[in-house]
Write a protein that binds this ligand. Sequence first.
Ligand code: BG6
Length: 474
Amino acid sequence: MTLRKDFLWGGATAANQVEGGALADGRQLANIDMLPYGPDRSAVGAGQLAMLETKSAYRYPARQAIDMYHHYHEDIKLFAEMGFKVYRMSISWTRIFPNGDDATPNEAGLAFYDQIFKELRHYHIEPLVTLAHFDIPLALIKRGIDWRDRRMITYFTRYAAVVMRRYQGMVKYWLTFNEINILLHQPFVGGGIIFKPGDNQVQGKYQAAHHQLVASAQVTQLARQIDSENMVGCMLAGGNNYPYTCRPEDYQEALNRDRDGYFFIDVQARGKYPNYALKKFEREQLIIEMAPADQATLAAGTVDFVSFSYYSSRTVSAHQEDYAQTTGNIYGTIKNPNLPSTKWGWQIDPLGLRNSLNQLYDRYQKPLFIVENGLGAVDHPTETGQINDDYRIDYLRQHIQAFKDAVTIDGVDLLGYTTWGCIDLIAASTGQMSKRYGFIYVDRDNEGHGTFKRTKKQSFYWYQKVIESNGEVL
Ligand code: BG6
């Protein structure tokens, strides 16, 4: 045996990318429901183009997604058939508090997740629940309240308290904010922020970050009060930065880019702002408003484990403009000549996963959890409907081997691994269905056509064997 006996194998999704049912049973829209398919998606996500009203010229893929709202029995059964020990999912905030600050929670929304957790329990699958995976009640944003506004801490904590109490005993593993560092790159997605001309954008993003960090710490404390069995993690959009050359200034650039993400985890795992961040605020004259009790809250609300997504490494240089660029998860990078890329330009680097695990473990000395990893690829069903996705198996095999090496050779403490998009879902960056990650194919296309029929891919049977052998058979 190489991995711990209770290693948590499974898959991951997010409410906005699978559920659909955007207005079902009292739910109201969230920021993420306003992200259109097509060329304007990125500008809306970045808070540079306002999209607060539904416009007929656009299509909004999250509103139907893969209709898991009506297919969850079938989907969870398929996860169980693969042998999942854990299923990472998120709760949609607006199913519970449709307007964000409602006087009482929406019972129908709570009842929906009762069913999900009951179903998971039936199959002995442990839920790993993200409280905020890119969703913020639109009603609040329309009233001018986004994460730059301190009231968000209250609304979010209230929502978290309601669900943590309701699902006590059903859910033990919680994540507060998915890819919390996305706030710096896609502030509408991460923080509901739409910039106005003249806004100090950097200050606004770090003010929002402060509120999320305080909210995260508060919720972490609350989780422990509600149930001492609860385990709360933070979540980083991971993947370290390589310097393009061994010029010291390139190394410095890589260090600084890594710190853009570590900044959040440093606070969540260590309970205080790192000096390099305080110096940045001072140097750039960023005025971040903090309440007197915030420092104590941050110190008392450190997380139990550190989770992260990993798709690829990045490459940077102090002379970034001299090199060809490519895309990556959330933001771009220099094209690394040593690595192959996916169809979407994301570079494939399994050893980078092992290195990231080591960096995170060295830095925090807390158990780690890989909660997203996978290959976005176009699948072509054969005439008989089979999907032979050996390219996906190949990608996953290499990454599993890499984290096994991190555990067995380097001694990293790893709790589990959930592949991203274990069932095909809407891509966050592009809104496409054609960028598929799943072991389960969903009949739905980029234009929103299809039957939603689920079909097992070749990788489904492969992953089943991986889990059955606790990662020995790859
Ligand atoms: C992460 C997100 O950014 O990467 C997921 O947490 C997202 O929500 C995933 O889907 C993969 O990105 P994409 O753009 O290929 O869906």
